[in-house]
Write a protein that binds this ligand. Structure first.
Ligand code: HEC
Length: 172
């Protein structure tokens, strides 16, 4: 071997060695970055919000199969509305009342009983469970129509119960 070849081999070998060291460093860095990554830390509510933001605005349906697809999409949308969490899932009756029920029950709109003892004494006699059930299913009495879940299908049974109980405790 002449001198030039030897010099080349030495340089080339150290270059290869340098690359090996560099790969080891990169592998170590990758492992440590991966170890520190906490995965998806978003809450189910945040994920649902993202899905809602990126959902298509509308769909295109044609023909008989299109009609079925459209009906299926509407059913899915209704189910999604029900699966959504109203008012952050709060069980604070005052919050739900303040956001929803009060529009009718503060003003008496549509024949809703206002928060007075006179308007409620006959209703209280039905028992809390019946009142809660009426608030969940909706109720048509002598004065008007109470819409199911106050008109918000996302309210859970527990949330409706919490609002009814809050109402009963706060009647003047
Ligand atoms: C769109 C107006 C409206 C909204 C919103 C509304 N209500 Fe009512 N609610 C009514 C009306 C009207 C009645 C009276 C129905 C009747 O007895 O004729 C009623 C009656 C009730 C009753 C008495 C049922 C009975 O058996 O006598 C309860 C309990 C009740 N509402 C709870 C709620 C709760 C809880 C909310 C909020 C989650 C709410 N309502 C939101 C209109 C409303």
């Amino acid at each position: 071997m002449n001198n030039t070849d030897l010099t080349f081999l030495k340089k080339f070998a150290s270059l290869i060695a340098g690359f090996v060291v560099l790969s080891l460093v990169l592998i170590t860095v990758a492992f440590s970055v991966h170890g520190r990554h906490k995965g998806d830390t978003r809450t189910p509510e945040q994920l649902a919000a993202v899905q809602a933001r990126i959902a298509p605005v509308s769909g295109v349906y044609a023909g008989a199969s299109g009609q079925m697809a459209q009906a299926a999409a509407e059913a899915a949308a209704a189910a999604a509305a029900q699966a959504q969490v109203a008012y952050g899932g709060t069980l604070d009756g005052s919050v739900i009342y303040g956001n929803l029920c009060k529009t009718c029950h503060d003003t008496g709109a549509g024949g809703a009983p206002t928060m007075t003892r006179a308007a409620w004494s006959d209703r209280i006699a039905k028992g809390t469970d019946t009142l809660v059930q009426h608030a969940i299913d909706g109720f048509q009495g002598n004065t008007g129509i109470m819409p199911p879940r106050g008109g918000n299908p996302s309210l859970s049974d527990d949330q409706v119960r919490a609002s009814v109980e809050w109402m009963l405790e706060n009647i003047n």
